[in-house]
Design a protein around this ligand. Sequence first.
Ligand code: IMP
Ligand code: MG
Length: 171
Amino acid sequence: MPEFIPLISEEEIKARIQETGEKITKDYKDRDLVLIGVLKGSFVFLADLTRKISIDHEIDLIGASSYEGTTSTGQIIFTKQPDLELEGRDVLLVEDIVDTGNTLLKIVDFIRLLNPRSIKICSLIDKQERREVEINVNYSCFSLDKGFIVGYGLDYNEKYRNLPAIYDLKL
Ligand code: IMP
Ligand code: MG
C-alpha cells in the first residue's frame, strides 16, 4: 500500500493562494490578463486562484502531456489548445508543479507563436532539484526540494487528484 505523508495542509494552501491572488491583482491592474491553466494538474489550483484575483480576467486551458508514472518521456503532446485570441494580451500560465521545466518550456514556446504582449508563469509548486532548463517561475506558492507529491490536483497515474491537501507519496 502506498503511504501518504502530509506535506502542505489545506489551510496553508488557502493562505498562500490568497496572497498570490492579491499579488497578481496588483501586478495586472490595467493589463489584459488571461489565465491559461495547464491540464490536468492545475484544475484545482486554477479554480481557487481565479476567485482570489479581483480584476477582470479571462480563463483558457492548454493540454500538454509528457509524463508516464514518475518519469518524464521527454516528449510532449498538445491535447488541447487555447480557444481565446491571445495576440497583444497578458498571458499567465497556471501550472500545478514545475519539475524539470521541459513541459513548460515547450508550452511557452508554443504560446509565444500566438503573439501575446507578455507571458509569465504561476505555479503552485516550484520543484527545483531536477530543473533541466532555464525557466523563471514568476509566482510560486511553495518550493519543494525533492520527492513526489500528490493531492490538490496532482496525480500519480491519474489517482489522488481529489485529496484536499498535498502529500508526499511513498510507494
Ligand atoms: P516537467 O516537464 O518535468 O517540469 O514536468 C511537469 C509535470 O510533471 C507537472 O505539470 C506534473 O504534471 C508532473 N509532475 C512533476 N513532478 C510531480 C510530482 O511531484 N507529483 C505529481 N506530478 C508531478
Ligand atoms: Mg502538469
